[in-house]
Design a protein around this ligand. Structure first.
Ligand code: GLU
Length: 414
């Protein structure tokens, strides 16, 4: 390929920008970086009735959070109506388009074959002109349709590769005909297999079709979101899974995009988030937690306390999202004791009081063992009575961090 790579993310701000949409942005970005090309942003806001006010800002915010920022000026198609009009009438004058009901239409010749090699899987895709209905390129309100604006802009911007969802494959013959009619070369097409939910149907709100910002609010790290999105349809080979953005930039190749529909797997996403949580430094994690809990005074206090580093270290191995941190480190008991458990707690309190002198780890551990054996109480119950939780940071870590007073308060609580 001789010309410099130029790609664009071209969202329509008509709804939430979910994982599927942002994955397209990411693949564009990775491809541009890998090939030292340009990554541009074009807002396809020509369908005025379907615009959602907040959608555009949400897109900017997501790209910023994920640090996949476009270069150059952001193009808004709604500000370029004159340009599309000019091109629409050029086709009218060439007798390729015709006017009807105040709109401009194009009809594809029935006997023509439209064919291209899609770079996903390098497969030839072919449509006969007769399968395509006449379509509008300029509406009576002066706005272009997607087909016209998309083709005109990709030509004017010098787009070399169009990455988009495979739902656009059926529109591509129309685009090819427009490129040909204008005497323009068409870009390469990279139609990405659509992401499916775990039940193998279209991704819905229940599994993954949420705004990427929702994942941010649920305590996912941007590293994990980028990494997991990239793996939804692409893999550089081998069994490599954890990759940073810059690693992915150097590895990304279109030939490694899978032709099968990727399945969104919530459990794997959470696992990968946990892997990333354990990969960043404690100090970095403290900063992320501080930001995540900025509205929660109780947790901010914990993060700012002198115990912070120890707590964060102890919690890390048990966290899948930043949202898990609060339950892990909170001093408030999570579950109430039964009457039976209250009795055992009282006994345990008296037992520890007698046995322990310094409350060091060794003493504590052997006392717990002894109590468990003598009273026939499982460790699980003892853990709950001491920590106030059914699972979480280990007893010895809690002893180091919170110590005796914390355990005694839990034993005494109802
Ligand atoms: N506006 C279209 C979308 O949101 C763009 C498709 C394309 O990239 O051509 O999917």
């Amino acid at each position: 390929m001789s010309s410099k790579v130029k790609v664009r993310f071209a969202p329509s701000p008509t709804g939430i920008a979910h994982i599927g949409g942002i994955r397209t942005a990411l693949y564009n970005f990775l491809f541009a970086k890998k090939n030292k090309g340009e990554f541009l942003l074009r807002i396809e806001d020509t369908d005025q009735k379907r615009l959602v006010k907040e959608a555009e800002n949400a897109i900017f915010e997501m790209l910023k959070w994920l640090e996949i920022q476009p270069s150059g000026e952001i193009i808004h198609q709604s500000e370029r109506l004159e340009i599309y009009k000019k091109y629409a009438y050029e086709l009218v004058s060439k007798k390729i388009a015709y006017e009807k009901d105040g709109a401009v239409w194009v009809s594809l010749p029935d006997d023509k074959i439209f064919e291209w090699t899609d770079l996903v899987g390098n497969k030839k895709i072919r449509f006969e002109g007769s399968t395509q209905e006449d379509f509008v390129i300029l509406k009576s309100d002066g706005f272009p349709t997607y087909h016209l604006a998309n083709v005109v802009d990709d030509h004017l911007m010098g787009t070399t590769h169009v990455f988009r969802g495979e739902e656009w494959i059926s529109s591509t013959p129309k685009h090819l005909y427009l490129y040909e009619s204008f005497n323009w070369e068409h870009p390469e097409f990279v139609h990405l297999p659509v992401i499916l939910g775990s039940d193998h149907t279209k991704l819905s709100k229940r599994h993954g079709a949420k705004s990427v910002l929702d994942y941010k609010n649920e305590g996912y790290l941007k590293e994990a979101v980028l990494n997991y999105m990239a793996l939804l349809g692409w893999n550089p080979g081998g069994d490599r899974e954890q990759m940073s953005l810059s690693e992915m930039e150097s590895l990304f190749e279109i030939k490694d995009i899978n032709t099968a529909n990727p399945i969104f797997d919530q459990t794997k996403f959470e696992w990968l988030n946990g892997v990333w949580i354990r990969s960043i430094s404690t100090q970095e994690l403290q900063e992320r937690l501080n930001e995540f809990y900025s509205d929660d005074k109780e947790v901010v206090k914990i993060i700012k306390s002198e115990k912070s580093e120890e707590l964060v270290k102890a919690a890390t191995s048990r966290m899948r999202t930043l949202a898990d941190f609060k339950n892990l480190v909170s001093k408030d008991p999570q579950n109430k004791k039964t009457k039976e458990e209250e009795k055992i707690a009282e006994k345990l309190n008296n037992f520890l009081d007698k046995k322990l002198k310094n409350w060091d780890d060794e003493e504590l551990l052997s006392a717990i063992r002894e109590f468990s054996k003598e009273e026939n109480v499982p460790f699980k119950t003892i853990f709950f009575l001491l920590s106030g939780k059914t699972s979480g940071i280990g007893i010895l870590e809690l002893n180091q961090i919170y110590g005796k007073d914390f355990f005694v308060a839990n034993l005494k609580s109802k």
